[in-house]
Write a protein of this length. Structure first.
Length: 253
């Protein structure tokens, strides 16, 4: 069995590379800013299934580069899915909690209405729509708050800053489920192989860690496990607003 993975240096793709049957394509081979090249790569490799673990993830920068984010997060996955449909193979596509508006406190379900707050979420929603309407057998896997030993993420940032400071101010009014990249990779790998046997399982799924917590509480847990003596002071998003709006409620059912 051959699983073609788009992405080679990201958190999830790094974990996917450890799993059996995966062939990971980096930007030098398959640049998502060129959707046609991504489709061509699928036709060239002729895998049994495809996982798209690559994306434009700079949430704040996307506000100024929405066109590029839309090509990478929207048009490229659609082109991949169209190629999969032509070859009759399934595709797993990783998406995000940012397709929702983040209101309320109820965990989001896959069937809930989407309403992105910013450019990043809009670009990811375009990708979802492209995959969903491609005619391919597919699974869209929405996840949140990804962390691992690789790349840039909240855990590594807290470990770095917590070791140097007596206290940090961390946002406490955004709630979500921190999710290990290795778990996402294992889920994608399992779904990709299952879709070959049960194409009727096509659809949109949610996968996130638990329990849900705030960024501030996540930081406290990180410091406790790491044995770092750094106090966490709660602040609100309004105290330090980012360029791009963040969903306050990223709980996922």
């Amino acid at each position: 069995m051959s699983i073609l993975v788009f992405g080679s240096t990201g958190q999830v793709s790094t974990e996917l590379a450890k799993l059996p049957g995966t062939v990971c394509l980096g930007r030098a081979v398959a640049d998502l800013s060129d959707p046609a090249a991504c489709a061509e790569a699928i036709h060239t490799h002729k895998p049994n299934t495809v996982i798209n673990a690559a994306a434009y993830t700079a949430v704040d920068r996307a506000e100024d580069e929405e066109e590029l984010a839309t090509v990478i997060n929207g048009h490229a996955p659609a082109a991949m899915a169209a190629a999969c449909a032509e070859l009759g193979i399934p595709m797993v596509h990783i998406s995000t909690d940012y397709v929702f508006n983040g209101t309320g406190t109820t965990p989001w379900q896959p069937k809930d209405a989407t309403e992105p707050l910013g450019a990043y979420g809009r670009s990811k929603l375009i990708g979802e729509t492209g995959v969903r309407t491609s005619g391919a057998t597919f699974a869209i896997l929405r996840t949140s708050w990804v962390f691992s030993a690789h790349g840039a993420n909240f855990v590594k940032t807290m470990l770095r800053h917590g070791a140097d400071r007596d206290a940090l101010t961390i946002v406490a009014d955004q709630i979500g489920g921190p999710t290990p990249a290795a778990d996402i990779a294992a889920a994608c790998h399992s779904m990709a192989t299952q879709l070959m046997r049960t194409p009727e399982a096509s659809g949109t799924y949610h996968f996130s860690g638990g329990p849900d917590c705030s960024w501030a509480d996540f930081a406290r847990a990180i410091f406790e496990v790491a044995g770092i003596d750094c106090a966490v002071r709660d602040i609100t998003t309004a105290d330090y607003p980012p360029p791009a709006a963040r969903p306050a409620n990223s709980r996922m059912d």
